[in-house]
Ligand binder design. Structure first.
Ligand SMILES: [Fe+2]
Ligand SMILES: [Fe+2]
Length: 264
């Protein structure tokens, strides 16, 4: 059984030291094989924040896979954003924007959906390109059929009705159709809302903000734990309460011929 911890939207610059310590303690009990971090590592993409994020990553005693979010691009320095959008990311965090982690039991593929600019007035909105979809499909063609297939991208591929104003990743619907029966679960963040749902036969699972004070009203800090294999997966929500992260709820999914279904 594979165990993966999914944390997101750490927003260094707005992070809480208590949450950080508690997260590391809780992960010790979970023993994840991989920690997935789905973007918005910083608040304003400053050097100070990137340094703090790097220091946190250096304390993680587990392999991790990380992709950027819209907050990891500067909003204050337009020349930097347009000409050298990923310079700080590559310097402080990783030379790779779209890493892959392989294990005997799983493959986890990162997708960078954050864009330096867009024709859309909201540049925080994400996008997935045809080239990115084609690259992922090529990688999956050589993946053993028994390996659990995870993707991670910062921006959402599905949103609950109350949150559709936050906008889905552009071309996400087309990507989901292409991923159907090839991808098992997509892990994302951005909305700071924890939920899991099957869409187009694929599990779409979002983590809340794990360490930051950028909380939605009536929501608390959280992260998810994914356990299972290509036949059965559970998504456990770990929520902050009484000064620690604790188990809040679990959703279980089963794979059939036509894709994944949630068990009720
Ligand atoms: Fe965020
Ligand atoms: Fe975001």
């Amino acid at each position: 059984m594979t165990i993966i911890a999914h944390i997101s939207d750490l927003h260094f610059g707005c992070e809480s030291p208590i949450l950080r310590e508690s997260l590391l303690e809780t992960l010790e009990h979970i023993h994840p094989e991989l920690v997935v971090i789905s973007g918005d590592l910083t608040q304003q993409a400053s050097r100070l924040e990137f340094r703090a994020a790097r220091e946190f990553l250096s304390t993680l005693p587990y392999p991790y896979l990380i992709v950027p979010g819209n907050h990891d691009l500067t909003e204050r320095n337009l020349p930097e954003r347009l000409l050298f959008p990923w310079q700080k990311w590559r310097h402080y965090i990783s030379p790779e924007l779209e890493p892959t982690k392989n294990d005997e039991a799983f493959i986890a593929i990162g997708i960078n959906t954050a864009r330096r600019a867009s024709l859309h007035p909201d540049w925080s909105r994400g996008s997935i390109s045809r080239l990115q979809v084609a690259r992922i499909r090529r990688q999956l063609q050589t993946t053993p059929a028994s390996s659990l297939r995870l993707l991670t991208a910062h921006h959402p591929f599905w949103l609950p009705p109350l949150f559709v104003h936050r906008e889905l990743v552009r071309h996400g619907e087309t990507a989901l159709q292409a991923f159907r029966s090839e991808v098992d679960i997509i892990l994302s963040g951005h909305v700071h809302l924890a939920y899991a749902q099957v869409t187009q036969g694929v599990i779409v699972s979002h983590a809340g903000t794990t360490l930051s004070n950028r909380l939605l009203l009536h929501h608390t800090n959280s992260f998810n734990v994914i356990r299972g294999d290509r036949e059965r997966l559970s998504v456990e929500l770990m929520e902050w309460g009484s000064q620690r992260f604790r188990f809040a709820r679990q959703q279980v999914f089963q794979r059939h011929e036509d894709g994944w279904h949630q068990q009720h």
